[in-house]
Design a protein around this ligand. Sequence first.
Ligand code: DAH
Length: 360
Amino acid sequence: MDDLKQLETEIFARIEGAADEAALEEVRIATIGKKGSISEKMKTLGKMTPEERQTAGPALNGLKNAVTEAIAARKDILRRAAIEERLKNETVDITLPVRQSPAEAGRIHPLTQVVDEITAIFADMGFSIAEGPEIETDYYNFTALNFPEGHPAREMHDTFFFNPDSEGQRRLLRTHTSPVQVHTMESQKPPIRIVIPGKTYRCDSDATHSPMFHQLEGLVIGKDIHAGHLRWSLEEFCKAFFEVDNVTMRFRPSFFPFTEPSFEVDIQCDRSGPTVKFGEGTDWMEILGCGMVHPNVLRYGGIDPDEFQGFAWGIGIDRLAMLKYGMPDLRDFFDADARWISHYGFRPLDIPTLFGGVSS
Ligand code: DAH
């Protein structure tokens, strides 16, 4: 009987000492499991005399029950402790700021923004958007725009040429968006009212020039189109784009092979501060070239110049973006620097509209 008492003390100490459910299971197997110490003792009951069995039987059964209950109780305690521990370790710190979704964290490049603003403004005036190829033939980039062979104006464009193809034709990266004027005339009958945003290429690079840059071309062709329409359209555009009530524009005579007469347009501004301000001041800044479409260009496009006339303009989008949003170096536009884009970029869901303000 004494060794039963000792066994009980030992077993209860092991149960109390079991640190987790796995250790407790080991104690269970070692005691009341098939080959456990208590089970082994119970197997000896059969060999005892009836008198011995009368005391040993209930004692062993009592021990077995007590151990079973103690294991169950300890298991309960361990399970609760494990849950407490998990709750402590797996708490969520709800004071952490929520991470921004890609739609909130992403930024629209200022150039994309400016193109969206410009198209919103011209769409409101009834223009549609046209596009054309960036790899052009000499014909569309120059000849059909009334650049005579060997004319010095061709050299002024610093053209990137490809190697001649098997037929000896030398393709080029378009130096301006003007070739799309001719593509459009070939495929569309007047009246035509289009704007053409797109990439253009010239071999030039410094703080305000990039070998790849962006232009916005405009073309209007109809029966009674005159320079007054040109002037009004550009003034309305500049007011809407720079978000001012008034702009003063100056049309200076100039030369482009594809327009006659041709003008360079300056807008009055204040250049005394760190950024250029439009709608005030006494300085002038040149912003675009324009003119009445040359009769030869209409002919190249398959349009009769005795019946139709029109106007066109070309404007540098990169420069407009720099002026409006105060970005000093054009090369930053194409550096893919995440800090620059997060500073100068626009929120993806703020789409420019005339009623909402083009830049807000
Ligand atoms: N294509 C000219 C350039 O890149 C810009 C230009 C000037 C376009 C006058 C026009 C225009 O349509 O009428 O320098």
